[in-house]
Ligand binder design. Structure first.
Ligand SMILES: [Zn+2]
Length: 147
């Protein structure tokens, strides 16, 4: 039993927070399902055997087990989808010379702000570069939900 619980720590910290609650519920239901199946086996092995109780307990056990496995599968898929949808923050770097059209985009770095002058000179005209925009990258899929 303790070994089974240790396996659950494999999930990354981001998904762990969301799925821990569901995982606990699923484990409880799964444990109850196992208990029901054990009780069903005990009832069947009685002298005389109680097949009615065994049948009901076995049915409860199988249904509970199926439900918990299905819930676990569903939650895993949902957290995986959520992980992909985290938008990136991008920084656009432009040239301080108005005549130069040099423009580069990179991922946001700590300490970035708009109009911040950068140490690295422009690759085209060698004048100073500065941050012209910081924005969150919005995917096409998400745009549909905005009204
Ligand atoms: Zn330039």
């Amino acid at each position: 039993m303790t070994q089974k619980q240790n396996d659950k720590s494999q999930t990354s910290p981001q998904t762990k927070k969301i799925s821990t609650y569901i995982t606990i519920i699923v484990l409880i239901v799964l444990a109850l399902a196992i208990v029901a199946l054990i009780l069903a086996a005990n009832a069947a092995l009685l002298t005389p055997p109680d097949y009615t109780a065994a049948g009901i307990l076995a049915l409860i056990g199988v249904i509970a087990m199926t439900m918990s496995v299905f819930t676990l599968y569903q939650s895993r898929r949902q957290t995986a989808e959520m992980k992909i949808e985290i938008p990136k923050v991008m920084t656009t770097i432009g040239c301080s010379d108005m005549k130069c059209d040099s423009k580069t985009t990179r991922e946001f770095q700590r300490g970035d702000y708009v109009y911040k002058e950068l140490d690295a000179p422009c690759q085209k005209c060698a004048s100073k570069q500065m941050i012209t925009a910081i924005y969150k990258e919005v995917k096409e899929k998400e745009k549909k939900y905005n009204v």
